[in-house]
Write a protein that binds this ligand. Structure first.
Ligand code: PNS
Length: 161
């Protein structure tokens, strides 16, 4: 059974994340979308909100499971019996950071690999940070986040203005 893990902060989940989830889940038997609980930055959305949005957006996709983890990603992947981590890459600068992380994870868990999926051009400018900025300034999140979570995300961000 090929188990891959797609980790992230998902603050909030974006349409770009969904594109990676759909593509990656077609390449493995089970894709575990894993939300990091103890991120160094203070997230805008609470852990519960981020998990809820991820479940609404991806919880029913075939072969996809939503979970959360704390501590080292390599440990979590090992505990789940996974073979690979999936990461989306939007631009060259992403690649530099991602390669460093992939090599550290491989060092921590020999045999584990990272699969990079290039962002489709339509999603390349999309990030959780950009989504938060647009939402906080009252812009529509249509097309930027999955439709199932749009209202929830827009409401919370507007309140933070
Ligand atoms: O969505 P993000 O914020 O780009 O995701 C970053 C994430 C969660 C993949 C990364 O911060 C991570 O794996 N953190 C877990 C801690 C860890 O294992 N660190 C060592 C890897 S260099």
């Amino acid at each position: 059974m090929r188990i891959w893990v797609y980790p992230g902060s998902f603050d909030p989940v974006t349409a770009g994340h969904m594109n990676i989830i759909e593509r990656a889940s077609g390449l493995c038997d089970r894709l575990v979308v894993a939300l990091l609980r103890n991120t160094g930055r203070t997230p805008i959305f609470t852990l519960e909100e981020r998990l809820r949005m991820l479940r609404l957006a991806a919880g029913d996709l075939p072969g996809v499971e939503v979970d959360s983890f704390g501590g080292l990603l390599a440990e979590y992947v090992r505990m789940r019996g996974g073979q690979a981590v999936v990461r989306g890459v939007r631009r060259a600068s992403d690649y530099e950071y991602e390669t460093q992380m992939a090599l550290m994870n491989r060092r921590l868990c020999p045999g584990m690999d990272t699969v990079f999926l290039p962002a489709e051009p339509a999603y390349a400018p999309l990030s959780s940070t950009a989504v938060r900025d647009v939402g906080m300034l009252g812009g529509s999140l249509a097309g930027l986040v999955p439709e199932a979570v749009r209202e929830l995300a827009e409401e919370k961000l507007r309140r933070m203005k």
